[in-house]
Design a protein around this ligand. Structure first.
Ligand code: BGC
Ligand code: CA
Length: 290
């Protein structure tokens, strides 16, 4: 039987997101985008702490050289935690000041793939598709690889590094791209489609068999899809706004899931971090080489 455990914590995330397993620190990191917090849980003793951030923080990725890179509303930043030091690398979208970085992953070549979206949720009938998919190279160069997205979300890499999955949450679309060794992408291919309201694909990660795990905002679940796109199985969560999913632990057998408390004041589990018994094994996340 699948077990789901809410991690004990005296607070909830407004918009929990950006899960990262850090083998280097034997710790799980995640963000509260709208709460402007970076969270850390040690897997050695379950100790939880957080840092307040000056802006909305979408995600955190390790730098191979030490420290981290984080996606803030104003762009890519280097981050050291001890002592705390934050330094802007670049804003990929200075011409779109209403946007923020939302979700990202590093690839095997140490590049970062990061999507953007409007800072504020937009009216459903008039949501300008100003989101993009950017690549940050180890030398600091930034390029745009997809555009006209409403909510750019959940980049995930296949275990062999040859496929990049990306979603537009609001329209419920998951795309896949061939990821070439030189960092270029092949044509955007429709991979999976959902209704975008009760089943909005949010954060994603691949397990070592190439299964694609998707967190469903509004859907109260994470689900696994085979590499050919066929549905495999799903795990129900006790709150609907499920935002992100990652594998953690020395053997990558522990699955953690974030959620959003936003707009659900009476739901005591909305915004909790969950551990889920998924029966799958993950892939070590890549680091930024810049
Ligand atoms: C975004 C939220 C959005 C959610 C569901 C998250 O990644 O940060 O603003 O509501 O996805 O689409
Ligand atoms: Ca997300």
């Amino acid at each position: 039987m699948t077990t789901v455990r809410a991690i004990p914590r005296d607070t909830r995330d407004i918009l929990g997101e950006g899960l990262l397993w850090s083998a280097r620190e034997n710790a799980l990191f995640w963000t509260d985008i709208l709460g402007r917090k970076l969270w850390r849980m040690s897997l050695a003793d379950d100790a939880i702490c957080h840092w307040d951030m000056p802006e909305a923080i979408g995600w955190i990725i390790e730098r191979a050289a030490g420290g981290f890179i984080v996606g803030l509303a104003s762009g890519f930043h280097r981050l050291d935690l001890d002592p705390f030091h934050l330094e802007l690398i670049a804003n990929p979208q200075p011409e779109r000041p209403g946007n923020r970085l939302n979700d990202a992953k590093a690839d095997a070549q140490g590049r970062i793939w990061a999507g953007s979206m409007p800072f504020l949720e937009q009216p459903a009938t008039n949501w300008p598709p100003t989101g993009s998919l950017y690549r940050l190279d180890p030398d600091g160069a930034i390029s745009r690889h997809d555009d006209a997205i409403t909510i750019a979300n959940g980049p995930a890499l296949s275990p062999d590094g040859k496929v990049l999955y990306h979603t537009d949450s609001r329209i419920g679309q998951v795309w896949k791209f061939a990821l070439n060794a030189d960092g270029s992408l092949g044509p955007r291919e429709a991979h999976l489609h959902f209704d975008g309201t009760t089943d909005s694909p949010d954060g994603m990660t691949c397990d070592r068999e190439g299964g694609l795990w998707i967190a469903f905002y509004g859907g109260a679940k994470v689900a696994r899809f085979h590499p050919d796109g066929t549905f495999d199985r799903q795990i129900a969560l006790p709150t609907p706004q499920i935002t992100n999913v990652c594998f953690a632990g020395a053997d990558l057998s522990r699955m953690f899931v974030t959620s959003a408390g936003d707009g659900r004041p009476d739901d005591t589990l909305a915004g909790a971090l969950f551990e889920v018994d998924s029966g799958a094994i993950g892939v070590l996340p890549h680091q930024y080489l810049g």
